[in-house]
Ligand binder design. Structure first.
Ligand SMILES: [Zn+2]
Length: 435
């Protein structure tokens, strides 16, 4: 068979399917942006005629990581708010946003974030930020699969839009998304949080999302004071606001979900909603430790995210894998509470399912879009390599990411972006914020 690309003779292919399949000495063939073959290297070499061959000997091929909660343009706010809790953080960040984040700043920040994400093996990000057109243009220019959509506040918010203007933008969003292009993503709407968006406004978003078949993501129960604020202003906890408005019935992605009580957990599980667990941000802001093992046994889908790098400082998913595994074990007082394979599936296939894209991305299987990462294992910290799941979660880092493919395009080759001139990008980012 003819292929555009053959990733040849990997030491292991880590499939990230539900049975945690690992294939030794195997290759992956790609055509028209999709995976058309996964199998033994010998066989693939004789049966596949490829326009381009990447030598994957001594390397691991895995699906691209899915960052289920971030704010990519906030790369430009890195280091702005340190040693403060969530509420103190929001005050500092909102002030700097007013200074730096016009549409050009958002586009630049998203481009910087997308390059950072891709270089660390993330191929898809669920991004939340205002000026979504600008953010999408920036992220797509680097080759990232970038899920974003209009953000909603019931007050004017950092972009100064009135409610009707937000709804009008949301109605136009499917057309805007198509016009900008890039790898396939769903339409998405992003109410900031139940404490910043009134219940009747949430209901309008839910109604529109049903019409346009959009996914929804929102911040939910990130810490105790967020729960208290919501209870004070709405008379309900955040999950109850989402339930009453109809948002929860659309199986949204709930960012953080650190402080869900037993009732919340039952309601979230019954709705088929997902939690985007961001342990790096939750630890740094001392928000709390989400009991993801408990959530999973309640039937809640859990994916992983970095959050914006104004709170967690970088967009690297490798530390997130490690923190999620270690924190879950600590919370449960059990070193067997969750396996490395489960953690890696949360950052790939489970993230894809949370986005309604489980049949398109998230695992290395024939028919899926080719979102692939090649990890170099010929390094001391990955030697000897007994179990690739364990090595990736507990020992690998972003410097091990050698090649990255999104929708069949090689967007990182030999640790460099094939789309963006790095010196220009870094100079532009420094000039923008005056550092
Ligand atoms: Zn966030």
């Amino acid at each position: 068979m003819k292929a555009d690309l053959l990733l040849d003779s990997a030491r292991y292919v880590v499939v990230c399917d539900d049975s945690a399949t690992v294939l030794a000495d195997s290759s992956v063939a790609v055509a028209d942006g999709r995976i058309i073959g996964v199998g033994p290297a010998e066989e693939m070499r004789t049966s596949v005629e490829a326009a381009e061959v990447i030598d994957a000997r001594g390397q691991v091929i895995m699906p691209g990581l899915i960052n289920l909660h971030t704010h990519l343009p906030m790369t430009l706010l890195r280091g702005v708010a340190e040693n403060v809790d969530l509420q103190g953080f929001l005050e500092l960040v909102w002030a700097e946003e007013a200074r730096v984040m016009d549409p050009a700043g958002v586009e630049l920040g998203a481009r910087l974030g997308a390059v950072e994400a891709l270089l660390s093996g993330t191929t898809t990000a669920l991004d939340m930020y205002f000026h979504p057109q600008a953010a999408h243009r920036g992220a797509v220019s680097a080759g990232l699969r970038h899920v974003i959509g209009p953000v909603f506040f019931s007050f004017p918010g950092p972009d100064g839009l009135a409610w009707d203007e937000r709804m009008a933008m949301a109605r136009r969003w499917p057309d805007d998304l198509a016009a900008i292009g890039g790898p396939h993503v769903p339409v998405a709407y992003m109410p900031h949080a139940p404490f910043t968006v009134e219940v009747e406004h949430l209901a309008q978003i839910a109604e529109l999302a049903r019409e346009t078949d959009a996914i929804i993501t929102t911040h939910t129960s990130e810490n105790d004071s967020e729960n208290d604020d919501t209870l004070g202003s709405r008379g309900m906890r955040p999950v109850a606001c989402l339930d009453e408005s109809g948002v929860l019935g659309l199986a949204p992605v709930l960012a953080h979900g650190v402080r869900l009580d037993a009732d919340d957990r039952r309601t979230v599980a019954a709705a088929g909603a997902s939690v985007a667990h961001c342990p790096g941000s939750n630890l740094k802001l001392a928000s709390g430790a989400a009991d993801i093992v408990g959530y999973r046994s309640d039937g809640i889908r859990v994916g992983l995210g970095t959050d914006g790098c104004s709170s967690s400082n970088d967009l690297d998913m490798f530390p997130v894998l490690r923190l999620a595994a270690n924190l879950a074990r600590l919370v449960q007082h059990d070193p067997a509470a969750i396996s490395a394979a489960d953690i890696l599936r949360m950052a790939t296939l489970e993230g894809a399912r949370a986005l309604g894209m489980g049949d398109r991305i998230g695992s290395v299987e024939v028919g899926k879009e080719a979102d692939l990462v090649v990890i170099d294992t010929r390094v001391p910290h990955l030697t000897p390599l007994r179990d690739p799941h364990t090595a990736i979660v507990f020992a690998a880092g972003r410097s091990d990411v050698r090649h990255v493919v999104v929708a069949g395009d090689v967007v990182v080759r030999d640790r460099r972006s094939t789309r963006i001139d790095m010196d220009d990008l870094l100079d532009e980012a420094n000039a923008r914020v005056g550092t």
